[in-house]
Design a binder for this molecule. Structure first.
Ligand SMILES: *[C@@H]1O[C@H](CO)[C@@H](O)[C@H](O)[C@H]1NC(C)=O
Ligand SMILES: *[C@@H]1O[C@H](CO)[C@@H](O)[C@H](O)[C@H]1NC(C)=O
Ligand SMILES: *[C@@H]1O[C@H](CO)[C@@H](O)[C@H](O)[C@H]1NC(C)=O
Ligand SMILES: *[C@@H]1O[C@H](CO)[C@@H](O)[C@H](O)[C@H]1NC(C)=O
Ligand SMILES: [Zn+2]
Length: 962
């Protein structure tokens, strides 16, 4: 899956101007709760003519030893292929229920003698002849004695009269009916309004465990099979699935005129990658080498406005890039990508039919910002990377999810860089993934990337794997691996892995084996231990080290980096929290040979320097660790920044700032030393260092924007940002042109946003006049798309009800999802409590705010210093309701508590948080459980930090801003 929330490019800014669009820390995905609501029992029915009789499914008492009580399938039957026919009804039936009907046949082989057929099925009602078993060849199918559903483990169980022998191949036929609910799981319904008309789309999301909600299937990733899909749908709609459509015929069933679309058989694949969609969408297409059909699907209006063109433009080049990179051709005959109005994840890599949120696929050349465009590119690059890594070769079980997602989250930057070579994508991974996940992985409550297979069983445990550690730390350690092996060796090992295991399953050590072989076959490459041994330290223990280099003695040491130095690590590690650390470094500007730190302490005499010489370690931020130095070397690095910052690469400038601030948080260096790394920013023009500084200063804003320190902080930042603001004013000819550089466009947004919120004279007037012009002539928006988020937010913050209501009207009329999303965030920027409270109420009314956006809107409101206490009261008052409405399907749910509590820094707030936990134990927290624990941990740390630092920070800021 793709990441759910767009980590906004200008995260630092977002908070500074109270927009708080970004969910910078925890990009947790579906961590849904799977409490079965409806008991799912089939009605009694007649046995079919030649069917084995099928008595009423009955409840069977659960004794813990029965095979159907285990969440994992018994390894007795393996599927070979399926026929699946589905007929979704896009109109409600007489009971006002949206349903789909279907039938399916699964051919399976018996590999261990058994008299039970255990197959996944969730909330499906069997209909008609229920289930029939036929065996192929000379084998006679045993009669089905009885059948029943096991709700807890989501199985349909058939008890056979006699045992199936090893080698028997049989086909199980079922007929069923399910609800086409609007629950965003399995085969579901999505509704949207176009030109005042309500439209219904049937679409699907199978990952991780929802295929079983669509038809009875062996729903585990290793149970790969061929799927022959047929979809029955109304004439005038289009049906799509993983394979290319091979036939579409008009027919009449039960008096209903329909179209029957059949698809080519899929390749051998996992059930979680299936997709079925019926809509009235249209597409644009291109044929790559006249062979591969590439299509982009969306609402007719969106395609008409050419919003799919950019996606179509980049898909071909990205696929070609991966074909070369993986040294493996694209395995399918077509590549469909579709933008859905209602979709929980950011995107989903269904093989051959990738689904996206509209904001992740559609780009409007006139209305969209550079950030929107970059998001489209990176999400496409992420999903297409999975077509090989994940889809062609699939990890055997969900415990290895991190490798699938981490890998895709790393190579998406390579794919995007290929599509847009001028964008510095390979540098941006530092901000978006590495620095982002450092924040989470530095907590004592973090967890290792890898879990043992036995630890991940039920759907809730599986969903929990989709978190920021899997995605971003996965990306960071895969990148580190590629850096120390070198990219060509890495790509060779990867290609051999993919070609060896095509259409089958692996465990992560299979990849290490192939990389190790690539190392051994490459003369001149030397690593101090095997890939396996090196990587185990990064994947089997949580966290990462801080490496301390004392340039006076050359001593190099490592220790587990914890943001809160008082926190206690309860999780044991077989490696005692030491790592094999590959350190790239430079001395006074000269790149040195890579050095491996293999023990807790070591000495590297080359790192002993004096005079004006300096050491900088982790160049290119190629390793997943932080670096600390003796104070002399820190001093030399800071003065280098002040005298000649361009002597260091852009990402190393960002890294010095980020390391310093976090080391200070952990009390390893002083807060004032960290602040000193921002003094050179008045000369900095590049985006990545600025963004890094602003994200770190966010913490100061959050801790102090309700205290007297805020005035001094504003004065200091005003002084630092003024030159950047003037710089952009001048290179854009008084704000009339767009900067040419991709990241310069981002930094222009920072310049305006911070200048405005820190009170730079001309900024506020500029913003107000733009917004006023727009209000005067709503059909002509004079604000450049790049600047819209910032300008909307600032204008609404400076304004009142009139500005807010105008934004609301524009939000309701927005035809472009990204425009709607900008306005939705900006409306959270008002400083008027009554407007904020009204907006909070709107979030629970699906006619006002879409269900998929409810929790993220509440969170955005809490990013506003005025909105925070209102949002906190709001969710406390309505927790039970919010939890039941949004706790299951909503991906952003777990971020809600984390977002709201970010400013918490007083004893009183800590008590409130603990009380909230106690009061709602009965209701539960679902996917927010872990985040709630983290919030308590973070609040405790904040209280300490504020107590210790407030006076120093105020003093330093006061000195520096005068
Ligand atoms: C699906 O189609 C393939 C290819 O035509 C065929 O070999 C297979 O038997 C079919 N599956 C079923 C369940 O009939
Ligand atoms: C699957 O469908 C095909 C085409 O309709 C049919 O020939 C085949 O017998 C079906 N397979 C099974 C196992 O029912
Ligand atoms: C399945 O059966 C149950 C119990 O009869 C019923 O309440 C439910 O509506 C049925 N679902 C569908 C989709 O037909
Ligand atoms: C897509 O590519 C065409 C041809 O190169 C180009 O004219 C067009 O501007 C591109 N569209 C977008 C949205 O980038
Ligand atoms: Zn993914």
């Amino acid at each position: 899956m793709g990441k759910v929330y767009y980590v906004s490019k200008n995260v630092g800014l977002a908070l500074l101007v109270l927009a708080a669009i970004a969910l910078a820390t925890i990009v947790a995905l579906s961590i849904a709760y799977h409490k079965e609501r409806a008991k799912n029992r089939s009605r009694p029915g007649d046995g079919g003519p030649d069917s084995t009789s099928m008595p009423t499914p009955s409840t069977t008492p659960l004794t813990s030893k029965d095979p159907w009580d285990h969440y994992r399938l018994p390894q007795s039957l393996v599927p070979v292929s399926y026929n699946v026919t589905l007929w979704p009804r896009l109109e409600p039936n007489a009971d006002d229920l949206y349903i789909f009907t279907g039938h399916s046949a699964v051919v399976f082989r018996c590999v261990k003698e058994t008299d039970l057929i255990i197959i996944h099925s969730r909330r499906l009602n069997l209909t008609g002849n229920h289930a029939k078993l036929r065996c192929l060849g000379a084998v006679t199918a045993p009669a089905i004695l009885k059948s029943w559903f096991v709700v807890k483990t989501e199985f349909l169980v058939l008890q056979l009269r006699s045992r199936l022998a090893v080698g028997a191949t049989c086909a199980l036929h079922t007929e069923f009916q399910g609800e086409l609910a609007d629950d965003l799981e399995g085969f579901y319904r999505s509704e949207y309004v176009e030109d005042g008309v309500k439209k219904v789309v049937a679409t699907s999301q199978m990952q991780a465990t929802y295929a079983r909600k669509t038809f009875p299937c062996f729903d585990e990733p290793a149970m790969k099979a061929v799927f022959n899909v047929t979809i029955i749908h109304s004439r005038g709609t289009v049906a799509l699935s993983n394979g290319r459509e091979i036939d579409a015929a008009d027919s009449v069933i039960d008096g209903v005129p329909v179209k029957i679309t059949t698809f080519e058989p899929t390749e051998r694949m996992s059930s979680y990658l299936l997709a079925f969609i019926v809509s009235d969408f249209v597409s644009i297409q291109s044929n790559q080498n006249n062979k591969l059909l590439i299509r982009i699907w969306a609402r007719m209006k969106a395609i008409g406005e050419r919003q799919g063109d950019y996606a179509l433009n980049v898909t071909g080049p990205i696929l070609q890039f991966y074909e070369r990179y993986y040294n493996a051709t694209y395995p399918l005959s077509k590549s469909d990508q579709i933008a859905l109005p209602d979709f929980n994840a950011g995107a989903m890599e269904n093989w051959g039919l990738v689904t996206y949120r509209e904001t992740a696929l559609l780009y409007d050349p006139v209305m969209s910002s550079t950030g929107n465009k970059e998001r489209v590119t990176t999400v496409i690059a992420h999903e297409l990377a999975h077509m090989w890594f994940g889809n062609l070769v699939t990890l055997r079980w969900w415990n290895d999810l991190w490798l699938n997602e981490g890998f895709a989250s790393y190579v998406e930057y390579l794919g995007a860089d290929h599509a847009e070579p001028t964008w510095n994508m390979k540098d941006q991974i530092i901000l978006n993934e590495v620095h982002n996940v450092f924040a989470v992985d530095a907590l004592a409550s973090s967890h290792p990337l890898t879990r043992r297979e036995e630890e991940v069983n039920d759907p809730a445990q599986i969903s929990e794997m989709f978190n920021t550690i899997s995605y971003s730390k996965g990306a960071a350690v895969v990148r580190m691996l590629s850096e120390f092996l070198t990219e060509p060796v890495f790509a060779r090992g990867l290609s051999s892995y993919l070609n060896t295991f095509a259409f089958s399953n692996t465990v992560y050590t299979d990849l290490w084996d192939h990389l190790q072989r690539a190392v051994e076959n490459t003369p001149g490459i030397h690593i101090p231990h095997t890939v396996h041994d090196i990587m185990n330290r990064w994947t089997l223990q949580m966290g990462f080290p801080v490496v301390t280099i004392d340039t006076r003695t050359g001593s190099v040491t490592q220790r587990h980096f914890l943001l809160d130095s008082d926190s206690v690590v309860e999780r044991p590690s077989q490696f005692n929290y030491t790592w094999f650390v590959p350190i790239k470094w430079m001395k006074t500007g000269v790149e040195q040979q890579q050095y491996w730190l293999l023990q807790k302490t070591d000495t590297n005499s080359l790192m002993r320097v004096s005079g004006h010489d300096w050491v900088l370690a982790n160049t290119n931020v190629s390793g997943y660790f932080r670096v600390n130095y003796d104070l002399d070397n820190w001093g030399r690095l800071v003065s280098l920044l002040n005298s000649n910052h361009q002597a260091l690469s852009i990402i190393n400038r960002a890294q010095i700032i980020d390391d310093a601030f976090n080391l200070a948080r952990a009390k390893i260096i002083s807060t004032t030393l960290a602040l000193t790394t921002t003094k050179y920013l008045s000369k900095e023009r590049d985006y990545i260092p600025w963004e890094s500084a602003l994200r770190n200063l966010n913490y100061y804003i959050l801790m102090f924007d309700r205290t007297e320190v805020y005035g001094a902080l504003q004065a200091y930042l005003r002084k630092q940002i003024q030159p950047l603001f003037e710089h952009f004013k001048s290179i854009t000819a008084d704000w009339t042109k767009v900067p040419t550089g991709h990241t310069d466009q981002y930094n222009q947004i920072n310049a305006i946003g911070i200048a405005c919120s820190m009170g730079v004279g001309s900024c506020r007037e500029l913003i107000k006049s733009w917004y006023r012009q727009w209000m005067a002539n709503p059909s002509h928006n004079p604000i450049h798309p790049n600047l819209k988020s910032t300008v909307y937010c600032s204008a609404i913050a400076f304004g009142g009800a009139e500005e807010w209501d105008f934004a609301w009207t524009m939000f309701k009329n927005a035809t472009l999802a990204s425009e709607a999303s900008r306005l939705r965030s900006a409306m959270a920027c008002t400083k008027k409590p009554w407007l904020l409270n009204r907006y909070l109420e709107y979030t629970l009314d699906p006619t006002k705010i879409r269900k998929q956006d409810a929790t993220s809107t509440i969170q955005t409101i809490s990013g506003n210093v005025v909105g925070m206490p209102l949002a906190w009261n709001f969710i406390r008052a309505k927790w039970s309701y919010i939890f039941h409405q949004y706790g299951r399907g909503s991906f952003s749910f777990s971020n809600l508590v984390g977002g709201i509590t970010r400013r918490f820094s007083t004893e009183f707030e800590l008590q409130e948080l603990k009380k909230f936990k106690e009061d709602n134990l009965r209701v539960g927290f679902g996917s927010a459980t872990l985040v709630l624990e983290q919030a308590i941990e973070k609040t405790t740390a904040n209280i300490k930090w504020v107590t210790e630092n407030k006076a120093h920070v105020l003093q330093w800021l006061t000195d520096e801003s005068t």
